[in-house]
Ligand binder design. Structure first.
Ligand SMILES: Cc1ncc(COP(=O)(O)O)c(C=O)c1O
Length: 458
């Protein structure tokens, strides 16, 4: 039943509130504006990486320092950070143990990148095997690369040309995945920059939570692997229906395809991500971002069976220039940072606390929505929670994509920024880290409550 007990957002009022918040932000960030003007001289888009333009406000926000869950911008504003580098800083900013491990490697032992392995790498692979149940691991510098290498490996092992993904997923800048269903037809995403080939040639696309569609697309017999997040997170959180993964895994394996679960974001669900929390049975797990406390890293783990297939493959060149690997991958600094982070920061105890706070945040946000009868929903996944601006919970990526509301999002991000709170721009994520306290969560909820009150009162 569609929900009808919700207010309608008054768009005239919303536009006025956005104008006021823009002016407030501009007044709070004059030094950032100065730097943004200078940055335009020699940086494309005035930022070192283009996504940094996406923040609310008229220019990029430059920061000076960050520790735990606090960032101080160049104007001296302290921000309570619920963005946490879009999960890259899930361990908090510069956690002591990660800093100590990095400092030891840089200063005491030396050797950032040598093309030789360190003992830390063994510790990290053992730990990831224990957490995710995948026997054999290898390392990259980004989750994008981990996904790229895995797609090549899956095609090589199965001799099949295509990969299958969920509509409106995100797995990094991986060519095969920049595609979504438009009116049920797989189409290169609008704005896809210079695809080598039309991704409709490389990729089959289905809606998340649609088993019939998955079965239909697998029946073509040309799918090497299904690459999916266990819950979609990049278009707002979309949770699987009860029993979805059990049935989907059966279909995928029966069709002779490999199941690749991308845990880069869903690691928020617990110490072994959704794979551990929900007893999933992937053939391959990909990871990245957070496991080295913000130092660049990517990783993938495969079952012993997949490893045996790789080892027995007479044709694929996995050890030299066959298209899997990179000069700086597995470097000593990444490995030291990952060991420091996994051993001492993103521990089981830390996840237990983070997930409790995630639950508190989710319940508080639902309460704000209900108290003000807002036409929104919120979904949580362990340590994170996210709004969608529609009255009914989206069940797949397309529904979640269609719920995007640029004005409400701009307003939300401006209001939170002006109240000293950072929320992730792309998908409204609020994530907690080991440093976040209940008082921090309550402050976020109070800001959201006051903003909602203002939005609805005429
Ligand atoms: C699920 C998922 N996989 C992979 C990536 C790519 O990560 P990176 O940009 O670090 O390569 C992202 C980035 O947001 C992601 O959300």
């Amino acid at each position: 039943m569609p929900r009808t007990d919700r207010i309608e957002i008054d768009r005239t009022r919303l536009a006025a509130l956005i104008e006021r918040e823009r002016a407030t932000l501009a007044a709070r960030t004059p030094r950032s504006r100065e730097l943004a003007e200078r940055a335009n001289a020699h940086m494309i888009g005035g930022v070192p990486m283009q996504w940094m333009q996406i923040w609310a406000g008229q220019h990029a926000l430059f920061f000076e320092r960050a520790k735990g869950n606090r960032i101080t911008d160049v104007d001296g504003n302290e921000l309570l950070d619920f963005c946490l580098g879009d999960t890259g800083a899930m361990a908090g900013h510069s956690p002591e143990a990660t800093v100590a491990a990095v400092r030891r490697r840089l200063d005491e032992l030396g050797g950032v990148t040598t093309m030789l392995p360190t003992e830390d790498a063994i510790w990290v692979a053992d730990d990831l095997a224990r957490r995710f149940g995948m026997d054999m691991w290898t390392f990259a510098l980004t989750a994008t690369d981990a996904n790229r290498w895995v797609l090549r490996t899956a095609r090589q092992l199965t001799g099949r040309p295509k990969v299958l993904i969920m509509s409106y997923c995100y797995h990094g800048s991986v060519d095969e995945t920049i595609i979504a269903l438009e009116d049920g037809v797989p189409m290169s995403k609008p704005g896809n920059v210079g695809p080598q080939v039309d991704p409709a040639l490389t990729t089959r696309v289905v809606e998340f939570n649609d088993l019939a569609m998955l079965e239909r697309e697998l029946a073509h017999g040309d799918v090497a692997c299904v690459l999916a997040e266990p819950a979609l997170t990049n278009m707002g959180i979309v949770l699987p229906d009860p029993g979805y993964w059990e049935a989907a895994t059966r279909l995928i394996k029966a069709a002779g395809a490999l199941l690749v679960i991308d845990e880069t974001h869903t690691f928020s669900a617990g110490p072994g991500g959704c794979t551990q929390a929900w007893d999933l049975e992937p053939d391959i797990v990909t990871m990245g971002k957070s496991i080295a406390g913000g130092v660049p890293i990517g990783a993938y783990g495969v079952t012993a069976e997949v490893d045996a297939r790789i080892t027995a493959d007479p044709m694929g060149d996995y050890v030299d220039t066959g298209g899997v690997g990179g000069t700086l991958a597995g470097n000593a600094l990444s490995m030291a940072a990952a060991r420091g982070t996994l051993e001492h920061v993103l521990t089981e105890e830390a996840f237990a606390r983070m997930c409790d706070l995630g639950d508190r945040m989710l319940a508080g946000m639902q309460d704000v929505i209900d108290r003000h009868a807002l036409p929104w929903v919120v979904a949580g996944l362990g340590a994170r929670a996210e709004f969608r601006f529609c009255a009914d919970m989206p069940r797949n990526g397309t529904e979640s994509h269609d719920a995007h509301d640029a004005d409400v999002e701009e307003w939300l991000h401006l209001v939170t920024l002006n109240n000293g709170i950072l929320v992730t721009p792309f998908h409204n994520m609020c994530l907690v880290c080991p440093d976040t306290t209940a008082a921090d969560v309550d402050r976020l909820l109070a800001v959201l409550d006051a903003a909602a009150e203002e939005l609805r009162s005429v």
